[in-house]
Design a protein around this ligand. Structure first.
Ligand SMILES: Nc1ncnc2c1ncn2[C@@H]1O[C@H](COP(=O)(O)OP(=O)(O)OP(=O)(O)O)[C@@H](O)[C@H]1O
Length: 570
């Protein structure tokens, strides 16, 4: 069939493609046989281009249209006829398939999952770049090999061969295996058959590497005082008892009413096996309380396992919590989860609201059913531990912002405890300071805190709560060196500014309510400092020198007494 019509060719970077595309859009269906379109050089107004430019488009071009590929070639017609002919040649099926395969291969080679395709007999027909990086094998070397040869495994261990035989997919299974080059690989893979008209064409698997996740898991568990692989750590009952809780109620300092109340409630809760939810801002002593509950409970000899849900990536957290079963590849090992380690003891889930909603659903199921499923397993394991969880965002906000599933919240908070922030129990601050000074002072050199400073610290808003207070005391002790007294000078720099800003100065705030000796001393101090400042016209350095104290110390006292230095500079 021959088309004789003028089509406009445009001069541009890809003229042939643009032209052909425009032409093809006029067609109602794909073009199945070679055909051509001619146009006349004598009608440049139709062409819309300088005809003299046309010969340069004789190079064949390949274009696609409606899922098919065509070659386009421009040919000059004899002089007397004038004009040009564009030949349109559909590519053969084979050529088309080759192109399609090249495209799919390109895509599969750029994704971040390893892809392996085998024929029904188990020979590798595709092996992508990601897998090559993961396993250290050149794809050219892998293609054509049998999976058992590639992975040094027996036929019974190969998921690809299993799927070939059963035609049933194996979803998400954990694997640890060795490549022919001896590279150890940990991954999660799904293996799927490709069936057309009842005939098995191929089997493919898509895998994600978990080697580093596995290392993290092992390291984290080692930090907890246990190893992740029961096989490698035989104990009579197949589980190693992890590091135990070290604190008990005797370690909790605090005589304030709210603190006494929470301790009393916790001591009642410790005798039950009910799940407990603790709410408290960061550093308020949640873990200390949880450990005390565990150590006071009838299950104190059993494991105590704690995990911070915010610190662990989601897919790793699931494995850490529930464990994983042996994969079907050679050498695959089971991973024991924290739920199993904590059996008969306490599992502490810190910052539970950071857990993904998906994983919360699995945890809810475990708590409700009192059983859980290891990753990749189809069987249930019993959940035999008490769960104590904590949040540092208030429960209402957690629920409103959907950080915590409501149904899980109710399951976990059979008993709920609230640890008030330090600003709501300032009465505990002097006790805590004393406690931390004792805890961190060098042996035979018990430090003391300047009472004025202690009073200033009472009014500071401790956003890091007790942890911040403890760190402050510890760092001050370090800075005192040989000195006995912890003073304003030893405060961390960020606190010096803050304490001055947020604290009502004792001289102003306490007025005459303090002991008389104290107020007389303050007024004497005030007079001496004012005199020195007057003499040196508000120059802090010189005044401090005259008084025989450090500049920072004078600044602190000036601030404490509310002295306006500027007035002396005029
Ligand atoms: N009442 C207390 N008496 C003595 N020390 C305390 C008290 N509360 C907390 N601490 C100490 O303060 C530090 C922080 O406590 P802890 O880790 O229990 O807080 P947390 O609320 O669990 O913190 P986070 O929210 O960051 O997990 C610890 O060193 C702990 O020993």
């Amino acid at each position: 069939m021959k088309y004789r019509r003028s089509v406009s060719l445009c001069v541009g970077k890809r003229p042939a493609v643009l032209n052909f595309d425009r032409f093809l859009r006029l067609q109602s269906s794909s073009i199945n046989a070679n055909q051509y379109v001619e146009f006349s050089e004598t009608r440049p107004e139709v062409l819309g281009i300088p005809a003299a430019a046309l010969p340069s488009y004789r190079e064949p071009a390949t274009v696609s249209w409606r899922g098919r590929w065509y070659t386009l070639q421009t040919k000059r017609l004899p002089e007397e006829t004038g004009g040009y002919r564009v030949l349109i040649c559909p590519k053969t099926r084979e050529e088309e398939l080759r192109r399609k395969v090249a495209i799919y291969e390109k895509i599969l080679n750029t994704i971040h999952e390893g892809v392996l395709v085998t024929d029904p007999g188990g020979r590798v027909i595709f092996y992508n770049q990601e897998l090559a990086v993961l396993e250290g094998i050149d794809p050219r070397e892998a293609i054509g090999k049998h999976v058992t040869e590639l992975y040094r495994q027996s036929p019974g261990d190969s998921e690809h061969l299993q799927v070939s035989q059963t035609s049933r997919p194996i979803p998400e299974s954990f694997q640890k295996y060795f490549t022919q080059n001896g590279v150890e690989v940990h991954s999660v893979a799904s293996t799927v058959p490709i069936i057309e008209n009842g005939e098995l064409l191929a089997v493919y698997s898509v895998c994600r590497e978990t080697t580093h996740m596995k290392e993290m898991l092992i390291r984290t568990m080692q930090l907890q005082g246990m190893d992740s692989e029961a096989e490698e750590n035989p104990k009579t009952d197949g589980r190693k008892v992890p590091k135990s809780a070290t604190y008990n109620f005797a370690h909790i300092v605090g005589k304030s009413k709210p603190m006494q109340e929470v301790v009393r409630a916790a001591q009642r809760a410790m005798l039950t096996s009910a799940n407990i939810l603790i709410y408290g801002e960061t550093g308020t002593g949640k873990e200390l309380l949880v450990q005390s509950i565990h150590n006071g409970s009838p299950w104190r000899a059993q494991p105590f396992v704690a995990i911070n849900c915010a610190a662990i990536p989601e897919n790793l957290l699931e494995t850490m919590l529930f464990g994983a079963v042996k994969g079907a590849y050679t050498g695959a090992v089971p991973t024991v989860g924290l739920c199993e380690y904590a059996a008969d003891g306490t599992l502490y889930l810190d910052e539970i609201s950071s857990m993904s909603i998906g994983l919360q659903a699995k945890l809810l199921r475990a708590v409700q059913e009192r059983s859980f499923r290891k990753v990749g397993s189809v069987t249930e394991s019993p959940l035999r531990c008490r769960i104590i969880s904590s949040i540092n965002v208030d429960p209402l906000t957690c629920l409103q912002k959907h950080l915590l599933r409501e149904d899980l919240f109710y399951r976990l908070s059979v008993i709920s405890l609230y640890l008030p922030p330090l600003r709501e129990r300032t009465g505990d601050i002097p006790l805590l300071i004393e406690y931390f000074i004792k805890k961190h002072s060098p042996r035979n050199d018990l430090k003391k805190m300047d009472p004025d400073l202690a009073r200033l610290l009472l009014h500071y808003r401790w956003s890091g709560n007790i942890r911040e207070l403890e760190n402050t005391v510890e760092s001050m002790i370090y800075l005192t060196g040989e000195e006995k007294w912890l003073t304003y000078e030893h405060l961390p720099a960020y606190l010096k500014a803050q304490v001055g800003k947020t604290t009502p100065l004792p001289a102003a705030s306490e007025g005459g309510s303090g002991p008389r000796l104290n107020s007389s001393l303050l007024s004497a101090e005030n007079n001496i400092i004012v005199e020195a400042l007057k003499k040196h016209r508000g120059n802090i350095n010189r005044a401090a020198k005259e008084l025989g104290i450090l500049r920072q110390s004078l600044q602190y006292r000036v601030k404490k007494l509310g002295i306006e230095v500027e007035q002396f500079r005029k």
